[in-house]
Design a protein around this ligand. Sequence first.
Ligand code: GCO
Length: 256
Amino acid sequence: MKTPQLFDLSGKTALITGSSGGLGFAMARGLAEAGATLVLNGRDQDKLKAAVRTLADEGHKVSAEAFDVTDEAAVTAAFARFDTAGAAIDILVNNAGIQFRKPLVDLAVADWRRVIETNLTSAFLIGREAAKRMIARGGGKIINIGSLTSEVARATVAPYTAAKGGIKLLTRSMAAEWAAHNIQANAIGPGYILTEMNKALIENQSFDAWVKGRTPTGRWGTPDDLIGAAVFLASPASAYVNGHILYVDGGMLAVL
Ligand code: GCO
């Protein structure tokens, strides 16, 4: 296969959860520009409709499926709709995630559970439904979105960190069980990225200075910085990559 074809997603359909904005929207646009047909997902119907309109206006093939990624019945119903519509999900990006910053001693178990369910359990629920169909069709691509906190911890974000650490090993578990079915399950570990979720940090002068000083590249990442990793892990170019977490962090994890 010549190099351009290695990164060609033509004829493939990609479901990206949490894709009405931020990282998910940027990765969705990048996958579409590589040829993929998109299925966006999000909680806010209005934001989702606006995202579909933006990408459709850019000439991409895009639809939306609004379902709660933490609700098993909603997830299975969404995949039943895909089946009925003859929509085969070839590429799944488990991107949906929330952040909740509070010291562990003050954390309510409800808040712990909400973060774990949204950031980790959802990847299992959606990955399971997607993989059943990928196995039947001869293969597919799963990209779970981890974090620097898949590797190291920061105070006050314990449920997020525990979930993202789980994402790293859930990805390896998916590889262990599904690689034989030609499914490549990998993860992307974003560094500190300029997103709505990090607004409070970006606007905090000392945290902003810390990120710029602690990151060898000397800057925050942008959502578009993740597109290359997403296209690589969604494409034939990564056919022999499995259970890997690719950090897109400006080098932060590489240095003390
Ligand atoms: C935080 C941030 C981080 C980043 C990202 C780093 O509060 O430290 O939200 O968790 O969002 O996950 O990789």
